[in-house]
Design a protein around this ligand. Structure first.
Ligand code: AHG
Ligand code: MN
Ligand code: MN
Length: 332
């Protein structure tokens, strides 16, 4: 069997589809290398005190864990010197990180959630890294917030790593969604899912049910109908899964279908997840795998962002289910 590494995959995308320039290939490879380092750090578990809080809050007022900070540093240090980026935005930093003057600047912008699911760190449950790549607007040399505020449809690449029993990297460069598994002996990501396709129908949903009292009528209706099972309006039983690490929940949906929801509710009026480095990259990955992603009202990738750390309601996964939940919102 021919083993295709991440490097080979990217070169083939460049040769056969003109999808990946050498600069974009280098950028993705550097991010993947940083993910290997983060995977290694995560796997040390309590030996490295990875779940410990560092006593600081991020821009959104959330307690930073030691590994949130380490993962952010690993990604910045790996990506700042190669010449492929103009600036970076991260969940863990208030504003754009400018490339230091001693390094050349490039044509791309990188957005990232260095460690997703960090509340699961101290309980040995999968966490991950999410990233999104945009083009830097023409003529901009010191990208400010505005340079980053582009709709998700403009992403040239998006991906995430999930540090689970295996470390898996899911990627799209706009030509389908593919999955790689880290071969720890070789130290390389090997293509293990060549064309990920999310089944259009599902009998599995993922939502934090502790927010139930805060849900709006459309979400409540959808979940009630699922819970009613075989004898209810859907005529079939549903199963529920909720990891509380978006990377792990989305990876499951890419593997066997399902619907993931973190909708706006009375407590999370703007939503819980961040548009620029959680919802947008996941929406592109899911759409490229034949699924759908909306905020209940419209396609996530069409939304014009207003702020770097803006939150958004998210409904994504198996197409027919996402369309059903979205329909319950729009046909009210
Ligand atoms: P992060 O760790 O980057 O802040 O993101 C966590 C996100 C996401 O992974 C998960 O789906 C959601 O937060 C869970 O939130 P709650 O436990 O608050 O419901
Ligand atoms: Mn996150
Ligand atoms: Mn995070």
């Amino acid at each position: 069997m021919r083993r295709v590494t991440l490097t080979q995959y990217l070169i083939e995308q460049q040769r056969n589809h003109g999808k990946v320039s050498p600069e974009l290939r280098l950028l993705i490879e550097v991010v993947a290398r940083a993910c290997k380092a983060i995977s290694h750090a995560v796997s040390k578990g309590p030996l490295a005190g990875i779940g410990d809080a560092v006593g600081s809050l991020n821009v959104q007022g959330e307690a930073q864990k030691k590994l949130d900070v380490i993962a952010n540093e690993v990604l910045i240090e790996a990506n700042e010197w190669g010449g492929q980026l103009a600036a970076m935005v991260s969940e863990e930093m208030d504003g754009p990180y400018q490339i230091p003057n001693r390094y050349p600047k490039g044509a791309f912008l990188l957005l990232m959630d260095p460690l997703d699911g960090s509340s699961n760190l101290d309980v040995n449950i999968s966490v991950g890294t999410i990233f999104s790549v945009l083009r830097c607007p023409e003529g901009v040399t010191e990208p400010d917030d505005k340079a980053f505020l582009q709709p998700g449809a403009k992403q040239v690449a998006a991906g995430f790593a999930v540090y689970g029993a295996a470390t898996i990297l899911v990627l799209t460069v706009g030509n389908g969604t593919v999955g790689f598994t880290l071969d720890r002996e070789l130290g390389s990501f090997v293509l293990t899912q060549e064309r990920i396709m999310i089944p259009e129908d599902t009998q599995e949903f993922a939502i934090n049910a502790s927010n139930m009292r805060n849900w709006g009528a459309p979400v409540k209706r959808y979940i009630d109908e699922c819970l009613a099972g075989k004898t209810g309006p859907r005529g079939k039983d549903f199963n529920m899964r909720w990891v509380a690490s978006m990377v792990a929940d989305v990876y499951r949906i890419l593997s066997r279908g399902g619907v993931f929801m973190y909708p706006c509710d009375a407590k999370h009026k703007e939503g819980r997840l961040r548009l620029m480095y959680e919802a947008n990259p996941m929406a592109l990955i899911v759409e490229q795998a034949g699924g759908a992603a909306t905020n209940g009202q419209q396609r996530i990738l069409d939304i014009q962002p207003g702020a770097l750390h803006q939150r958004i309601g998210v409904i994504l996964g198996s197409k027919n289910e996402v369309e059903r939940v979205t329909g319950y919102h729009t046909q009210q």
